[in-house]
Design a protein around this ligand. Structure first.
Ligand code: FAD
Length: 540
């Protein structure tokens, strides 16, 4: 017997932060609607979708990571992009790489393009940096963008004070600010990185995953059900409109049809276009304008750290982390940026501006990324990892294509990534390298000869593949509410919807866009009254 319902009002594909945002907003604003969420991966944490970093037992955490790695489970992983040496293809824990089709002959490709397949998606493994887009990163045709970003902050549980006790954070920000703030408006000056992290009453840090986005509103909604191990193979259309989904139960191998009035495809920036392609929804822009943020990393050592630490330890107040209190459990020596955050890792943000078009993420580390002399002990928190992300020069030909004659590990149309850096991209990378050296010198004494450019795909921020447009001009897949132009009732979600070339971490923005799409569905459900809200009941 099938574990699925015959019909629902809304079917959601994918349980990452954006699929979860649809479930949350619909639970809050359309409480009468039946909602089924289908996730191809297993449940690996409790509550479902919780960040695996919140799992205290290291063996249980490693197991949860491995179970998120789909076809890559068991492969060697690398704990931070800083540890990736050129030419090495390794995934981060909880993610897996595309086996084939990541680079076509003569192109740059995306050698380390990655995925997560688990309840919570990549949101169970992410760092949680939630900066707001600025200047040309913003979507100019959305007048309500700031209000939507406020909602995204609420759903993701974004805070800015979780690491205020970390040593040297104020000093790092002061030195960065002196180097870059001149002439910037207040919102784009150096500041604390907004993070989807909060401190529990008992003092422990908790990272937000989809569990936080779902919230109690979704968990208490009796009309909402999450089905894990469930692959959506295609969206069903009737007269060109959303009519349901076809789902393969990965526990039994059986294929089922579930009728739905609205379908939301939130299956990440590469698998959302894959599901649309498999459904015969193939607008010209599908998969195109694909972009990743080239990432440059470097490390520096705070100047005069010992003297500052001595002064700080005298001034340490209860609850803070003075230099004397720091224990020995160091994060990996390879940790440079965007990896596990320890209690002592203050994270600072150098916002993108059109004048200096890089997004800076600056994180304090306990250990040097390269060995220092034995007689040169590191003051904890005094090593600083810097990362600059570049916005891509968007190209129509940068794309993910799908094959009808070849299948991937899940049996879906196989992917081929076409991706090239342009001359403008290469110039931007050179400028970012100069910029990161300047930032490193402003904070302290740089470690290592020169910055390192990560292999393409390492940012894990893939965008543009189901892009939003203001009008249906053939260059976009969906409209401002994320509804697919050529398939009414089908909505797309995730970083692929973002149409601009952003350098900042994209999840906050894609959750904001999901809020807008979910409200549109809630309005349509309300306007249809009981007739639509009882759609599911009538199908039984
Ligand atoms: P995902 O979280 O990728 O979820 C998509 C889900 O859809 C997956 O669970 C997948 O299994 C499921 N799915 C796919 N196909 C199907 C199908 N056919 N049927 C059913 N289910 C399907 N972003 C930031 O903004 N800030 C950061 O600091 C940051 N740090 C990161 C660090 C790491 C180590 C990683 C791995 C990611 C990081 N990211 C960061 C990226 C962030 O996690 C993603 O932007 C975010 O998770 C995207 O959410 P999503 O809902 O669109 O997609």
């Amino acid at each position: 017997m099938s574990r699925y319902p015959e019909a629902v009002d809304v079917a959601i594909v994918g349980s990452g932060p954006t699929g979860a945002a649809y479930a949350r907003i619909l639970s809050e604003e359309a409480p009468g609607a039946t909602i089924a969420l289908f996730e191809v991966g297993p449940t690996v944490s409790d509550p479902p979708g919780a960040h695996v970093k919140n799992i205290e037992d290291p063996a249980a955490r490693a197991d949860a990571q491995e179970r998120s790695e789909g076809p890559g489970a068991g492969a060697d992983t690398v704990s931070s992009p800083g540890a990736v040496k050129a030419g090495q293809r390794r995934a981060r824990p909880g993610t897996y790489l595309l086996e084939e089709g990541f680079q076509e002959p003569g192109e740059d490709g995306m050698p380390v393009v990655a995925f997560s397949s688990n309840v919570g998606g990549m949101g169970a493994h992410w760092t949680g940096a939630c900066p707001r887009p600025g200047d040309s990163e913003r979507i100019a045709f959305l007048p309500d963008l700031d209000a939507l970003l406020d909602e995204a902050d609420r759903l993701l549980g974004v805070t800015t004070d979780a690491f205020d006790g970390a040593p040297f954070t104020a000093l790092v920000r002061e030195r960065l600010a002196a180097a870059v703030d001149d002439g910037r408006p207040a919102a784009r000056r150096v500041q604390r990185m907004p993070l989807a992290v909060h401190r529990r009453d008992d003092g422990r840090l908790v990272w937000s995953g989809s569990d936080v986005v779902f919230g109690d509103a979704t968990r208490a909604n009796e009309r909402f059900t999450l089905y894990d191990d469930s692959l959506v193979t295609r969206v069903l259309l009737e007269d060109g409109r959303a009519a349901g989904v076809e789902v393969r139960d990965r526990r039994t191998g059986e294929v089922h049809t579930i009728r739905a009035r609205f379908v939301v495809v939130a299956a990440d920036a590469l698998r959302t276009p894959q599901v649309l392609w498999a459904s015969g929804i193939r607008p010209a822009a599908l998969g195109r304008m694909l972009n990743d943020q080239t990432q440059i990393v470097y490390a520096t050592r705070i100047r005069d750290a010992a003297a500052v630490a001595a002064a700080a330890s005298e001034a340490t107040t209860a609850g803070g982390f003075g230099a004397d209190e720091i224990g020995a459990d160091e994060i990996g020596a390879d940790e440079v940026i965007d990896g596990p955050i320890s209690e002592r890792s203050g994270v600072s943000w150098v916002p993108f501006t059109d004048a200096v078009p890089f997004h800076g993420q600056v994180m304090q580390l306990d250990a040097s990324p390269i060995p220092l002399a034995d007689d040169d002990p590191v003051v904890p928190g005094s090593i600083v990892g810097l990362g600059l992300f570049c916005a891509k020069d968007l190209q129509w030909d940068d794309r993910v294509e799908f094959r009808d004659d070849e299948r991937d590990w899940y049996g879906m149309p196989a992917m081929r990534i076409h991706y090239r850096l342009t001359d403008r991209d290469r110039a931007a990378i050179e400028r970012a390298q100069d910029e990161i050296v300047a930032l490193a010198k402003a904070v302290g004494d740089p470690i290592g000869d020169r910055p390192f450019t990560m292999p393409l795909g390492a940012s894990l921020h893939y965008q543009g593949s189901v892009r939003m447009g203001e009008t249906d001009d053939g260059r976009s897949v969906c409209g401002p509410d994320s509804e697919v132009w050529e398939a009414p009732g089908v909505f797309v979600a995730g970083n692929g919807v973002i149409p601009t070339a952003t350098a900042c971490n994209p999840t906050l923005t894609s959750v904001a866009l999901a809020v807008k799409g979910a409200r549109r569905i809630a309005r349509e459900l309300a306007a249809s009254g009981d007739e639509v809200l009882s759609f599911a009941a009538n199908q039984h």
